[in-house]
Design a protein around this ligand. Structure first.
Ligand code: 5GP
Ligand code: ZN
Length: 132
């Protein structure tokens, strides 16, 4: 994909602050972080979202997050937890699959806003989800 900014970052055509790289993934600092050390895990091969990605890349990414990135963030930045997220379709700004690795700190006030008025009764939603 020629016009994909993450492909350009992976190829080195655009600059990035890379904290980890191997044959399958590149991990860069988010240019607009939610907390200190907010990282993005990018597969080197362009794919759009979770509906498009090889599960081998997902497995590898989570292993690197668990075994390498979390210890790095904990030991160097003192984070006390980790929030992992990944947007698909609605809410996805860059259409090259990426996992947000957001280190968590006491009192970081990270929160998700949502519209409580849209919420239906739990039983109603559960009923809709039954395979009948
Ligand atoms: P999305 O909404 O697609 O899950 O999030 C895309 C993320 O990519 C955003 O958090 C945004 O700050 C980050 N981002 C967008 N453009 C760039 C860029 O050129 N460099 C880096 N390092 N991050 C970017
Ligand atoms: Zn791409």
């Amino acid at each position: 994909m020629n016009d994909c900014i993450f492909c350009k970052i992976i190829k080195g055509e655009l600059p990035s602050k890379t904290v980890y790289e191997d044959d399958l993934i590149k991990v860069i600092m988010n240019i607009n972080p939610t907390t200190n050390g907010h990282l993005l895990v990018l597969p080197k091969e362009h794919c759009v979202d979770i509906f498009d990605i090889d599960e081998k890349i997902i497995n590898h990414s989570f292993k690197v997050i668990r075994d390498t990135l979390y210890p790095l963030l904990r030991d160097k930045l003192g984070c006390e937890g980790l929030t992992l997220s990944e947007n698909n379709l609605l809410g996805q700004e860059v259409h090259h699959f990426h996992i947000h690795v957001t280190p968590r700190y006491q009192n970081d006030l990270v929160d998700y806003q949502y519209n409580k008025e849209m919420l239906e009764d739990l039983d109603t939603v559960f009923e809709k989800l039954q395979n009948k």
